[in-house]
Design a protein around this ligand. Structure first.
Ligand SMILES: NC(=O)c1ccc[n+]([C@@H]2O[C@H](COP(=O)([O-])OP(=O)(O)OC[C@H]3O[C@@H](n4cnc5c(N)ncnc54)[C@H](OP(=O)(O)O)[C@@H]3O)[C@@H](O)[C@H]2O)c1
Length: 303
């Protein structure tokens, strides 16, 4: 297949590398030529364009069989989200819809679920997030689902949980740096997916995802923050992080959600095999790599 990966960052780059390994012709798009060498090194053909500027598409080669939108606004506020996710996706649809594209996969986020009651959410659960940025993601999904219905645009949406893997995993990194704090009573639920498994999920969605469908991309086990730190603490022989102060808790991001993500549809319908079914296997693998590289410098602490 001729594949275009729009946004070749933490996920897009290894995704491209894997697709190349599987024998596909893969183009990787970014906003600047700076990272070209990185793309070429793994066999991707670099393209430069900014998806917020539709005029940039004119110069791009086509057509493509598969397109993946893994662009990220790299944090940013509501307006940046609107430009990058909503308008960027709109421009991509307008550019690609008249072509012979076979599949378009978009990596949305489980932050579209606004539930705060710790309930199990599946793809049919309401998506009414309190945060303005997450509402932009809901709008972006709607744009794609409408295009799938009205224009036969072969869009498949993956709602991705917190991505971790090499050099990523916010709480884990903070814990290693002794900067982690247990928020509240530690009962907020974490939903995660290892980057390797997300790459597999995207490729499976390209091959067999049904256009107009949404799939949660999360691993098999949601875990509370407290239990996550307890597990790390036991494995690494390192103290638990302290509880956050009242002041720190008060400063916590508003609109924080609390829910368990069901991955049943991803597994049952797409049959995605998870290499790291839970954070235990995934982080064990990451810790082994760090340890072998001499980067897990933890002295056993007295209990
Ligand atoms: N991180 C998470 O835990 C998480 C959770 C749920 C969903 N997601 C989603 O997962 C996807 C992959 O995230 P990631 O961590 O791989 O992101 P990332 O590392 O920040 O990479 C994003 C890529 O998008 C490119 N990009 C940004 N704005 C662009 C624009 N206007 N036009 C063209 N390219 C643009 C960037 O390239 P240049 O900067 O070089 O232009 C970069 O290559 C994103 O869709 C993200 O929203 C992430």
């Amino acid at each position: 297949m001729r594949v275009l990966i729009v946004g070749c960052g933490y996920v897009g780059l290894p995704l491209g590398a894997e697709l190349v390994k599987q024998g596909h012709e893969v183009f990787g798009l970014r906003r600047s030529a700076e990272g070209e060498a990185e793309l070429i090194a793994v066999g991707l053909k670099p393209l430069v364009a900014d998806i917020t500027r539709p005029e940039d598409f004119v110069k791009l080669p086509g057509p493509f069989d598969w397109v993946v939108n893994t662009v990220s606004s790299s944090k940013g506020g509501e307006e940046e989200y609107r430009q990058v996710y909503l308008e960027g996706t709109r421009h991509l649809i307008d550019w690609l819809a008249p072509t012979t594209i076979k599949k378009f996969v978009y990596t949305s986020s489980t932050s579209v679920y606004g539930q705060t009651d710790g309930s199990l959410v599946k793809e049919s659960s309401p998506t009414e997030p309190a945060s303005a940025t997450s509402r932009v993601l809901v709008e972006t999904e709607k744009l794609l689902l409408d295009a799938a219905q009205a224009r036969n645009f072969p869009a498949v949406i993956l709602r991705v949980a917190g991505i971790y893997g090499p050099e990523r995993g916010h709480l884990f990194q903070q814990y290693l740096r002794d900067e982690a704090r247990i928020a509240g009573k530690g009962d907020r639920i974490l939903n995660m997916i290892h980057r390797d498994d997300l790459v597999t999920a995207i490729i499976t969605a390209l091959k067999s995802g049904r256009p107009g469908e949404v799939y949660n991309a999360s691993d098999d086990e949601s875990v509370t923050q407290l239990h996550f730190f307890k597990w790390l603490s036991e494995v690494l022989g390192k103290w638990m992080p302290p509880f956050a102060t009242e002041e720190e808790n008060a400063g916590r991001k508003r609109g924080l959600t609390n829910k368990k993500i069901s991955n049943r549809k991803l597994k049952m319908e797409l049959g995605v095999p998870l290499k790291y079914p839970t954070f235990r296997q995934g982080y064990t693998a990451e810790m082994l790599v760090l340890d072998r590289a001499g980067r897990l410098d933890i002295k056993p602490e007295p209990r």
